[in-house]
Design a protein around this ligand. Structure first.
Ligand code: CU
Length: 137
């Protein structure tokens, strides 16, 4: 910058537009910063996919001739999965016959989507004392 242009910028007549220019720049920077600051907040409000999966796909394990959650309440549309952790075969059979698994070997799973509200009592057809209830709301 030469002396002439320096004199131009610092002359009182030009100080006001220069200050205005600087303020506009600062304001723009603040707006951009504000927008960037809002983005992570908006994203943080979305539930993580893992949380959705945990809520909508409960798993009931079969351990020691028992269902791990004897009674479970879920919203309509929930997919419930059973997994057999015993060395014995077990089944998952609805009393109302709306679902029935094949005999499940160790670590095999069976899933059913509950798309109608109601109370579903189920049992193991090989060991009928093994019982559970799914309440669908
Ligand atoms: Cu059984």
């Amino acid at each position: 910058m030469n002396a002439a242009s320096l004199a131009y910028y610092v002359s009182p007549a030009n100080l006001r537009p220069l200050a205005f220019k600087l303020m506009r720049k600062a304001a723009l920077a603040l707006v951009v910063k504000g927008l960037i600051g809002v983005i992570p907040t908006a994203c943080a409000q979305q539930p993580a996919p893992q949380q959705i999966a945990a809520i909508s796909a409960p798993t009931i394990s079969i351990d020691n001739f028992a269902f791990s959650q004897p009674s479970l309440t879920v919203p309509v549309g929930t997919k419930v999965t059973w997994i057999n952790h015993d060395d014995m075969l077990h089944t998952v059979a609805d009393e109302g016959k709306s679902f029935k698994s094949d005999p499940l070997d160790s670590n095999e799973t069976f899933s059913h989507v509950f798309d109608k509200p109601g109370t579903y009592k189920y049992f193991c057809s090989l060991h009928p004392h093994m019982q559970g209830t799914i309440v669908v709301q």
